[in-house]
Design a protein around this ligand. Structure first.
Ligand code: COA
Length: 249
């Protein structure tokens, strides 16, 4: 019975080509490997997403909560046609990006989460997932939304996205924006960097283990001060303080 029910609950993914791993040199001189991960590696990255649930700054809280759910949705077969890419520096997790196919022609950008800041790693990882939609899945456009002002600047402004406001996005039903193949082609020279193939030693290092991020965004130490400073519209800082006192986190 349980097996029969699982067959109904579990969506069947359409066949999709893999994302060929990619390498790029960052402004710091470090090498960034971007590669696709499958379901077995999802448990390795969940512990690095969970702490960000309490970082209100730059909307890491809502983005990481949604990413966590989407990663579980992928690992536990509750999302259809999803893919996940990770960006790694010397094994260290530097960014996570994911998306899915709505149909053969339209892709859906889900999230971009940078775990190392200040090097445009999130921007590079986003470009890699757009490359996957256009060059490998051969889609015509990708529906995108931003949850944060930095995201808006990175995607809507830098790529000059088109409005698709009549189409609610899967993320909360908010109005969609679209990256078309034509817009992506225009951005290739300036925003899409990197090379293939990734040298075997670097790829093996990345595949061997996903190491913890060395300097992820952190919740403020003084939660009350943060509450005052940020006006804390969701009250999360105080809630977190209370949960800590109660020994729940
Ligand atoms: C949006 C995001 C993916 C962009 O990643 P990125 O391209 O690597 O860029 P960074 O986040 O490092 O830097 C963005 C800006 O933040 C600021 N910044 C840089 N380093 C920072 C740091 N260590 N701490 C705080 N802010 C920093 C800079 O002002 C930078 O401005 P710039 O546009 O002039 O470079 C990333 O900010 C992120 O994960 N944000 C939280 C989740 C989110 O909003 N995701 C997108 C949903 S639409």
């Amino acid at each position: 019975m349980a097996v029969e029910l699982e067959k109904i609950l579990r969506p069947v993914d359409h066949p999709a080509p893999p994302f060929p791993p990619k390498l790029m040199t960052l402004a710091s001189g470090e090498e960034l490997v971007i590669r696709q991960i499958d379901r077995e590696e999802i448990p390795d990255i969940l512990p690095y997403v969970a702490p960000l649930l309490h970082v209100e700054r730059d909307y890491y809280d809502i983005v990481s909560a949604r990413v966590y759910a989407e990663l579980l949705g992928y690992a536990r077969h509750r999302m259809q046609d999803e893919y996940v890419l990770v960006a790694q520096i010397d094994g260290e997790l530097a960014a996570i990006v994911n998306g899915r196919s709505m149909n053969a022609e339209v892709g859906v950008s889900l999230h971009t989460l940078a775990l190392r800041r200040g090097l445009r790693i999130g921007a590079h990882a986003f470009a890699a997932k757009m490359e996957y939609h256009f060059d490998f899945l051969k889609q015509k456009e990708v529906l995108i939304v931003a949850e944060s002002p930095i995201g808006f600047r990175r995607w809507m402004i830098e790529y000059k996205l088109e409005k698709r406001f009549g189409t609610p996005h899967e993320l909360g039903g908010v109005p969609s924006w679209a990256l078309t193949k034509e817009l992506f082609d225009k951005a290739r020279d300036s925003l899409v960097v990197g090379r293939r193939p990734v040298p075997e030693a670097l790829l093996k290092k990345a595949q061997a283990a996903i190491l913890p991020p060395s300097n992820p965004s952190k919740p403020p130490v003084d939660l009350l001060a943060a509450t005052r400073a940020l006006k804390d519209p969701t009250g999360t800082s105080l809630m977190l303080q209370r949960w800590t006192q109660e020994g729940k986190v």
